[in-house]
Design a binder for this molecule. Structure first.
Ligand code: HEM
Length: 420
């Protein structure tokens, strides 16, 4: 693995128009130990580093805890509508980050009063979710997923458990039937559109997701139920069907990947760290501690793109121009030496920035619902397969090649087969 500690590992090409010393963010070595990269960047550039995204598109990476907090709490300076980006003329239509920055008329890109209206509907619809029922539903789904591999004595938990569980729970929370072809097809298409594998067609899958959710909204207008979609329809803000479809896609997408990686990163910690004895008598506290430690040290949303400067301003001693893109380094902020002067990172409290901060933060009560799902997933697995161990050496586990999401490519485990 490359040591990123002393010099620029991937300096920008000579003559980079914006920052001659900008760092390319792409590069596999970073993804395995991003904490080293953040440390090196902080040392050389301070709390706000000039970086190059895919295709050498310039942006700012905010590494400081107080600077990320500043950005997220000053919407009048750093806002969400990506159409103000000053780089659009350099960005091709098939740019890999387009799914994250291409403007969509959803809650994600709205601002001001319109954002409060849309986020308010989501918050109230999510507040209607009964956490005990959610835990029960998550447990039933967990049991079903475990039953599919329990007899074999081995499993790859990323695919067959951590990704599958939150997707199914969230789709059910939105009012799709618990089983049936329609639900299966929607779950499959969501997986393809959010995380396409070789040979998948994410564009076609995304179109089918839109169609299916449009039908769901129509059905729920006629026959509402105790679900998120019906509560969004019934909300006095009077969202149109298309607004509801857009925001349902945002809710499902925003829930799925981070919760899946939260589950998997927690299982990895429990299976590799001797402080957490993995057996039933290890107790619930250990699972709670591991979930919280992951949010501080291996947070699922490492970096979030982003905010766009409304006008020329200063940040961390840098001159930010109107329309510049600001990437929020949530993982770097959580481990900022300014908040951990004694070099020990992590605490029992939840002052991390893993759910972001400010107006656009992960909307209350989504973090609580994610916690119910993740905790249920981890506890149910450890209860059902109490002698679960890694099937490879810990150092053989590899992280996904992404600077955005922190998650494993695979989590192979073995255990005593359970006869059903
Ligand atoms: C039930 C599960 C979840 C749901 C329903 C959910 C929902 C959402 C929604 C709708 C947004 C957009 C908010 C807006 O633009 O106003 C959002 C943003 C976000 N969520 Fe979540 N989320 C879930 C789980 C998680 C998890 C597990 C994490 C990470 C640990 C996470 C981290 C974030 C972050 C970093 C943002 C970006 C906030 C920003 O722009 O500042 N979410 N979430």
């Amino acid at each position: 693995m490359t040591d990123t500690g002393s010099s620029h590992p991937h300096p920008a090409p000579a003559g980079c128009p914006v920052h001659p010393d900008a760092i390319r963010l792409a590069g596999l070595e970073y993804q395995q130990t991003p904490s080293q990269l953040y440390r090196a960047l902080r040392r050389e550039h301070g709390a706000v580093a000039p970086v190059l995204l895919d295709g050498d598109i310039p942006a700012w990476l905010v590494l400081g805890y107080s600077e990320v907090t500043y950005v997220t709490s000053h919407d009048e300076l750093f806002a969400r509508d990506s159409r103000r980006w000053n780089q659009w003329e350099n960005i091709p239509d098939d740019w890999p980050l387009m799914p994250f920055v291409g403007y969509q008329p959803s809650v994600l890109f709205t601002e001001g009063a319109e954002h409060r209206r849309r986020a308010g509907v989501i918050t109230e619809a999510l507040e209607g979710v009964d956490q005990f029922e959610l835990a029960r539903d998550a447990q039933l789904i967990a049991e079903e997923l475990i039953a599919a591999f329990a007899g074999s004595g081995q499993a790859e938990l990323m695919t067959s458990y951590a990704h599958a569980l939150p997707m199914r729970v969230v789709v059910q929370m939105c009012g799709m039937p618990t089983s049936g072809d329609d639900t299966r097809q929607l779950v499959d298409d969501l997986r393809i559109s959010l995380d396409a594998a070789e040979g998948d067609d994410p564009v076609a899958a995304y179109a089918r997701v839109g169609e299916r959710l449009r039908q769901l909204v129509k059905d729920k207008r006629v026959a509402p139920g105790p679900d998120v979609t019906s509560r969004m329809i019934q909300h006095p803000a009077g969202l149109t069907d298309e607004e509801i479809v857009q925001d349902l896609i945002s809710v499902i997408a925003a829930a799925q990947q981070p919760t899946a990686n939260w589950i998997c990163n927690t299982l990895r910690l429990l299976l590799t760290d001797e402080r957490f004895a993995v057996n039933v008598s290890g107790g619930r506290l250990s699972v709670g501690e591991a979930l919280n430690e992951v949010l501080w040290l291996d947070t699922p949303t490492q970096n979030f793109i982003g905010r766009w400067a409304v006008r020329d301003t200063q940040l961390g001693g840098r001159h930010i121009k109107a329309g510049d893109c600001v990437v929020m380094g949530l993982a770097a902020a959580n481990t900022d030496p300014q908040i951990w002067p004694e070099a020990h990172v992590g605490a029992e409290n939840a002052a991390h920035l893993s759910f972001s901060n400010g107006e656009h933060r992960c909307p209350y009560p989504a973090p609580l619902l994610a916690d119910v799902m993740a905790r249920t997933a981890v506890e149910t697995l450890l209860e059902r397969l109490p002698d679960l161990v890694l099937a490879v050496e810990p150092e053989e586990l590899s992280w996904r090649p992404s600077i955005w999401m922190r998650g494993l490519t695979a989590l192979p485990v073995q255990f005593t087969p359970v006869v059903q």
